[in-house]
Ligand binder design. Structure first.
Ligand code: IVH
Length: 673
């Protein structure tokens, strides 16, 4: 059956739209439609393709997932060998590199221009496009032949199935690196910890493993990204050098590094190396050095290669993020949620330019699976700002003197019984009033990047808890000079400073407040996501499970943690106490959902008879409105229930529109009974 013209047109329009949105979402990180709208377009295309299988093409956005598992990968020859890079660790070797180039070129009039870019730490692959359509993806393999991992690479969202632009070349081979971002990697491991699966050692191996999966559905479930850094064979395009090639590839829809520097001299290269090393930890993608290339392709061809490495390029490595050392002891550490983490005490060692003497061992299974023992020589790894980790023991160095670690039966701090719930990876202290938890929670709350209470370090927190002056974070806001003066090493001046710092923390940023609360799994980044999405604490508390789950990056586990945290009566009590203690719960311009009340701010005061307050907040949020905790000139409506308080009076003074409960019910268009 021939496919009707209008259907073909609709299919092609849908594909174009989906490609465009995919590109905006994954490659540019600037989506312009909601996930729901995307799903709607996707579902429509799937339906049409099922109805008219003749119209199906391999470059359709529906074809990223779904290839049947393979028994083995075919190997395919690269049309041009994928070379490796010669490496250096020092500036001197870079000077020698330049000397070699000059000697080889042997022409004073030639000015060498370099491009410098990050050396990505992932897996090299080649993507082959014929007439703009991705037809094959290969691993580097031995450089001459690679494995055909086409089905797997199709699942990577930043790999275009079809090149952007109207005039694709007949042949274009794109080379680059498949990676997993640090944030995605940590989320993946958090998820695996929760389901009791073995944790991945590092992003690189995880990315490489995912690309070499025989079942592409597994690959599809890994958060892989692709960065293009060069080309193999190409026809009917003019590419003159590295910089221009990367710009061309960007135009074709690829992600390229944001750190590309054109260098006229080696001094420029040195400066680039230093600047990249300085931001290395902050970057989401792991880099293990920089790659310096002669920019001009004509000059590259003249220089040629030696022993499978180009003469025109060199990799200058950063200090390694892995090192070997000895585990001197393993100690249990009680965290603020009662989770007991085994921590390795290491013989101090420098890793990635920082001295490391502790590393997390995560949990009992981790120790058993990796077979880590006290006295072992181990590989430790420090990546970015994450806590150093023990990757594996070096079994060849075992002497027989190493000791297996057994988990404590009682909490090392309060002596309560330690429990490991079925299906849980962690041991927990069951002591409700375990001071370790409390101290950790308070220290976490007050720390930099959270409530930022300057000067309130672990030493003072310890005493405040031991003296019974602080039983929850909110108690910090009822401290006074008398109470503080009971602490050791405290004087009137210090107390005054500390009280000033506490006072200053009464107006926190929303994301910092959220981080400070210590909702399980909600660190700095996700707190920022929540703050930007919901705009206020009330907004987050009013969100239901589904809304939270659909919030980018939050996911089902995070959503459940958030709901659970705010459902806990003790936590709500602490929040009320914080507010009473003068902490202002901030609200910011949220990316509120569209609705009749978009951009309007509501304040609730007094008791409602027809529904719980949380329900009212949800109803307001569902209409795009925002609920704030306090009345200000920016408030649009105050909803006053029974016995309204000071907020009511303030609203009257400010001349803000006040609705009673009846009016509110009429406005939401539904009589609740
Ligand atoms: S250029 C002959 N550029 O390094 C040129 N390679 O040892 C080689 N790599 O297998 C490729 N980042 O996996 C190039 N910006 C970059 C790179 C890069 C990482 C890897 C690539 C390659 C290995 C070469």
């Amino acid at each position: 059956m021939a496919v009707p013209q209008d259907i073909l047109r609709e299919i092609s329009r849908l594909r174009e739209q989906l490609d465009e949105h995919n590109y905006r979402y994954y490659t540019l990180d600037r989506p312009v439609i909601s996930d729901q709208e995307y799903d709607r377009l996707f579902d429509r295309l799937s339906t049409l393709e099922q109805q008219y299988p003749e119209a199906l093409t391999p470059d359709s956005p529906t074809q990223r997932v779904g290839a049947p598992p393979l028994a083995i990968f075919a190997t395919v020859a690269h049309s041009q060998r994928m070379m490796s890079l010669s490496k250096t660790m020092t500036r001197e070797e870079l000077l020698e590199f330049e000397e070699r180039l000059k000697r080889f070129i042997n022409d004073e009039s030639v000015r060498i221009t370099y491009t410098a870019e990050p050396k990505f730490d992932g897996l090299a692959v080649e993507l082959i496009y014929k007439d703009g359509v991705l037809i094959r993806g290969l691993t580097r393999g031995d450089g001459a032949r690679g494995e055909d991992v086409t089905a797997n690479l199709r699942t990577v969202r930043t790999i275009p199935l079809r090149l952007r632009g109207n005039d694709p070349p007949p042949v274009l081979e794109v080379r680059g690196e498949v990676l997993i971002g640090k944030r995605d990697f940590e989320a993946l491991n958090r998820q695996r910890a929760q389901t009791g699966e073995e944790l991945y050692a590092n992003p690189r191996n995880t990315a490489a493993g995912a690309v070499r999966q025989l079942d592409s559905k597994i690959t599809a479930s890994r958060p892989l990204a692709f960065f293009a850094y060069g080309v193999g064979r190409y026809t009917k395009v003019e590419l003159s050098g590295q910089k221009q090639t990367l710009e061309y590839l960007r135009g074709c829809g690829f992600r390229i590094t944001p750190h590309l520097r054109v260098c006229k001299t080696l001094d420029d290269v040195f400066a680039f190396y230093d600047s990249l090393l300085a931001v290395r930890d902050m970057e989401d993608f792991e880099m293990d050095g920089i790659v310096v290339k002669v920019d001009d392709y004509a000059l590259q061809r003249r220089l040629g290669e030696v022993s499978r490495s180009p003469r025109w390029a060199i990799a200058w490595k950063f200090p390694a993020v892995e090192a070997t050392t000895i585990i001197e002891d393993i100690i249990p550490q009680v965290g603020r949620t009662g989770v007991i983490t085994p921590v390795a005490v290491l013989k101090p060692v420098r890793v990635g330019g920082v001295e490391v003497s502790r590393a997390s061992l995560h949990n009992e299974d981790e120790i058993n699976n990796k077979d880590i023992r006290i006295g072992d020589a181990v590989v430790v790894r420090r990546a970015g700002d994450v806590i150093p980790e023990v990757v594996k023991p070096i079994l060849e160095r075992r002497t027989g003197q190493e000791k297996k670690y057994s988990f404590p039966q009682v909490c090392p701090v309060c002596g309560s019984h330690v429990e490991r719930a079925p299906g849980e990876a962690h041991h927990r202290c069951t002591g409700l009033s375990c001071p370790a938890q409390l101290k950790e929670r308070i220290t976490h709350f007050a720390a930099k990047g959270r409530m930022d209470i300057d000067g309130l370090g672990a030493k003072y927190v310890e005493q405040l808890v031991d003296l019974g002056l602080v039983r929850d974070p909110a108690d910090l806001y009822s401290l006074d000079t008398d109470k503080l003066m009971r602490l050791e090493r405290m004087g009137p001046k210090l107390a005054e400073n500390l009280l000033a710092a506490i006072d200053k923390s009464r107006r926190p940023e929303l994301a910092k407040l959220l981080t400070a609360l210590g909702i399980p799994g909600i660190g700095e980044h996700l707190a920022e996501v929540l703050a930007a999405t919901f705009g206020s604490l009330d907004g987050i508390m009013a969100a239901d499970l589904e809304t939270l789950q659909n919030t980018p990056e939050i996911g089902p586990v995070g959503a459940a943690n958030i709901i659970g945290f705010f459902a806990e009566a003790n936590n709500r009590k602490v929040l009320e106490k914080l507010e009473k203690g003068g902490v202002e719960f901030p609200s910011m311009e949220a990316a509120a959902s569209e609705g009749e009340w978009s951009g309007k701010t509501f304040v609730l005061t007094g008791g409602l008879t027809s529904m719980p307050r949380s329900e009212a907040k949800k109803l307001i949020a569902a209409r795009g409105g925002r609920v704030s905790g306090s009345v200000s000139p920016k408030t649009d409506y105050v909803i006053a229930g029974i016995d309204p308080g000071a907020k009511f009076e303030k609203a009257q003074k400010l001349g803000i529109t006040i609705w009673d409960e009846q009016e509110f019910l009429v406005r939401i268009g539904a009589h609740h009974d």
